[in-house]
Write a protein that binds this ligand. Structure first.
Ligand code: ADP
Ligand code: MG
Length: 246
């Protein structure tokens, strides 16, 4: 695998087998993907197709049975657990369906928490642009319970960006939001790609959410079944119907 590619994230021949013998499940089967820097990629597939396993392998939270994963040109397969933890802190931002904010911390403290955990000081200019970018500048003293779901997800997006990661990994980021608020969060993810040069990889069930991406990757039975560039909700839904019939 090249280490000087334009890929923020690269998977090469990744297989993941859970269990062994007769009970073995191949969750990912020879998956090779390059995610270009500054792009927005969605991953879709039926339930059990390997989406979560894909995200966990990409994040170094789960080790592939074989194949390689590189983040920002750094292969992560041979890293010890402590080095992997540090790499995740420095190079990956996470966004979850359930926001996962700390209830006792205010908005500013939540946003800067990854830096504090890493023992790093925020770059004031970047911090300001991240806070302004998600539109939370007037709520920095608020606690999560005082915010709407959409606002909490915007705080989580700012937290994911604060360390200037190589890639932002999002697991169903609009899953808990109503349609209108979900659309605002997708617009925000689009903005951090288009105006901040961020790389975003998002797992979703929702064809409308997927159509915010530049490219949709489809997984079926742990295999990459194809991709769609410049997706529309209609074409994504068509693909999902086909995959469901397989
Ligand atoms: P998805 O997120 O698309 O629903 P997953 O990646 O969660 O799919 O799962 C893919 C396959 O791997 C499924 O058959 C699932 O049952 C299996 N699987 C996932 N995690 C484990 C695990 N920790 N142990 C055993 N099997 C697993
Ligand atoms: Mg899943």
């Amino acid at each position: 695998m090249s280490t000087s590619t334009g890929y923020a994230l690269e998977l090469a021949g990744v297989r993941k087998v859970y269990g062994s013998g007769g009970g073995a499940v191949t969750a990912l089967d020879d998956v090779s993907v390059g995610v270009p820097r500054g792009s927005f990629t969605a991953v879709m597939g039926p339930s059990g197709s390997g989406k979560s396993t894909f995200l966990h392998c990409a994040a170094g939270l789960d080790r592939p049975t074989s194949g390689r994963v590189a983040l920002g040109g750094h292969e992560i397969g041979n890293l010890k657990e402590s080095a992997l933890t540090q790499l995740r802190r420095d190079r990956i931002g996470f966004i979850f369906q359930a926001y996962n904010l700390m209830p006792s911390l205010n908005v500013l403290q939540n946003i800067t928490l990854p830096l504090r955990l890493a023992g790093r000081k925020p770059d004031p200019q970047w911090l300001r642009s991240v806070i302004n970018g998600v539109g939370m500048e007037s709520k920095l003293e608020h606690r999560p319970a005082e915010l709407s779901g959409g606002q909490q997800q915007r705080v989580a997006i700012a937290r994911a960006l604060v360390a200037r990661p190589d890639v932002v990994l999002a697991d169903e980021p609009t899953g808990a939001l109503d349609t209108r608020t979900g659309k605002q969060v997708l617009d925000l993810l689009r903005t951090i790609v288009d105006h901040m040069g961020q790389t975003v990889l998002m797992v979703t069930h929702d064809p409308v959410a997927a159509s915010a991406a530049d490219r949709v990757l489809f997984l079926a039975d742990g295999k990459l079944a194809g991709h769609l560039d410049q997706p529309t909700p209609e074409r994504v839904a068509e693909w999902m119907t086909h995959l469901g019939e397989w």
